[in-house]
Design a protein around this ligand. Structure first.
Ligand code: ASP
Length: 218
């Protein structure tokens, strides 16, 4: 009995709350400085109204913030500190999104990424098997191919109304301020009641260069 927008926002919020999920919301892997920066967007298929936030820090529910950008402002996309202040003004609580698990992965990456910086590789007696397995899978492609991380949800109701949402912490250890495809309309998500809905995970830059969700729907 509720709108498809309610459904998709509630759906991705569950994933944002999951501390074990390393690619979305609370517990997402941080940027190269160890800071979690989140991207998210929502779009309504009947009206093409949309809201998005990018490089948002300290707020675990970026999709709910994106929805408020759509509902309370004349704008579509807020980034960084402006997005954070908008969230705080709307009663969202600032918290540290970097979990112990994500911090360990980040530090492991930092210590292993180069032989010509100040950091020593982890020694065998410091073995962090989880971090090591994750690192090898993503950076050396040992074992199963790395899968994209991000959540997209599209929904349709009995009347044919559609909405969609996409939420991510973006590429692990990205440059500070890097924004991927997820909060960009036409790239990370696109919906039109007359046709359908599409969203994406995976290498965001490739999608930004092709606006694939728009291409698929149109
Ligand atoms: N598409 C996401 C981004 O580029 C990452 C992913 O899904 O793996 O930010």
């Amino acid at each position: 009995g509720r709108s498809t927008l309610d459904a998709v926002v509630e759906g991705v919020t569950l994933v944002e709350d999951d501390p074990e999920e390393l690619t979305v919301g609370f517990g997402g892997l941080p940027n190269e400085d160890g800071v979690v920066q989140l991207d998210a967007a929502v779009m309504d298929g009947a009206t093409h109204r949309a809201g998005a936030v990018a490089a948002l820090e300290d707020i675990r529910h970026p999709t709910k913030v994106a929805r408020l950008v759509m509902e309370q402002t004349k704008r579509v996309l807020l980034v960084g500190e402006g997005a954070r202040r908008f969230a705080l003004a709307n009663g969202f609580v600032a918290e540290n999104l970097l979990t112990e698990k994500a911090r360990r992965m980040w530090l492991y990456w930092r210590r292993r990424r180069s032989q010509i910086d100040d950091w020593l590789d982890p020694s065998p007696d410091e073995a962090d098997l989880d971090a090591q397995a994750w690192y090898d899978r993503h950076f050396y492609h040992a074992g199963p191919a790395p899968s994209g991380g991000t959540v997209h949800c599209s929904a349709i109701d009995a009347a044919g109304n559609m909405s969609c949402a996409t939420s991510t912490s973006g590429h692990a250890f990205k440059l500070a301020g890097r924004v991927g495809d997820s909060p960009i309309l036409g790239a990370g998500l696109y919906v039109d009641n007359d046709i359908g809905s599409c969203g994406s995970i995976g290498h965001g830059e490739a999608n930004l260069q092709h606006l694939s969700s728009y291409a698929v729907v149109e």
